[in-house]
Design a binder for this molecule. Structure first.
Ligand SMILES: [Zn+2]
Length: 257
């Protein structure tokens, strides 16, 4: 009799959207689906493709519309996201309309529709969600002034492997950098808004993202959240996005961890 070996279950990450706020690339803004045979989880809600699934939990990096466009229409009970502050952007219309909330009414909207688990982004990285399939750790980052923002380390508890979803960011504290280094994510999805010719403010440029990749010593990564400025460069030079940035995550591409 051959010995039976039980293999650990891999989780799939499907890229539902990669581009920044501007509605190019068919408007599939930031959105990642993580799933196995029985459960689905969502990280950011910027793509209409997110409406095709039912989620055990949904994680939001911050409340800009390119990350929250379909949030209020999702089939889920649990939303995990940063503390709500003034300037939260949600879409209560049929899609594409930005509505800005103050902290109190934004929080009221979330609490009315979901069980809302608030991530404290002023605290160093800590576990914010845990079930038998995944464990999720917040990785706070600095993005827009006055708006809390966090990335997430997601651990597949069967394999022990991590992935890192950065969220939008210009910089992050040493605690966050050290947590990523310690987890050694097998795959990282890194926000990169600007081409090299633009100065980053609350975002990464091509060069700053490459510097960070080197500093973190991560084995593999894909870039997400491209600005329309990349589209100008791409069409100017008559190239495809894959030639300009070979590490771009593509819509509907799937990774495993
Ligand atoms: Zn943003």
């Amino acid at each position: 009799m051959p010995q039976k070996i039980k293999l650990p279950s891999l989780l799939a990450v499907e890229i539902l959207g990669t581009c920044a706020f501007e509605l190019w690339n068919k408007g599939h803004n930031q959105c990642f689906l993580i799933k196995d045979n029985s459960h689905a989880y969502l990280f950011d809600a910027g793509s209409i493709s997110a409406l095709s699934y039912e989620y055990r939990a949904v994680f939001i990096t911050h409340y800009h519309i390119d990350h929250t466009r379909y949030l209020l229409k999702l089939k889920t009970r649990v939303i995990v996201g940063p503390e709500v502050s003034d300037g939260m952007e949600l879409d209560t219309s049929k899609g594409g309309k930005i509505v800005r909330y103050d902290a109190k009414s934004g929080l009221d909207v979330l609490k009315k529709l979901f069980e809302f688990k608030q991530v404290n982004c002023t605290k160093p990285p800590h576990v914010v969600y845990d079930d038998e399939t995944i464990q999720v750790t917040s990785i706070p980052v600095n993005h827009a002034v006055g708006l809390f923002c966090t990335g997430y380390l997601v651990k597949n508890k069967a394999t022990g492997n991590h992935i890192w979803i950065s969220g939008d960011f210009g910089s992050m504290a040493n605690d966050s950098i050290n947590a990523i280094k310690k987890a050694r994510p097998v795959q990282s999805f890194i926000e990169l808004t600007y081409p090299d010719s633009y100065e980053p403010d609350g975002h990464q440029s091509y060069f700053s993202a490459l510097r960070l990749v080197k500093e973190l010593g991560i084995p593999d990564y894909r870039f997400v959240h491209l600005s329309y400025r990349w589209a100008d460069i791409i069409s100017e030079r008559g190239l495809t996005s894959q030639i300009i940035l070979p590490k771009i995550a593509k819509h509907r591409e799937i990774y495993y961890f």
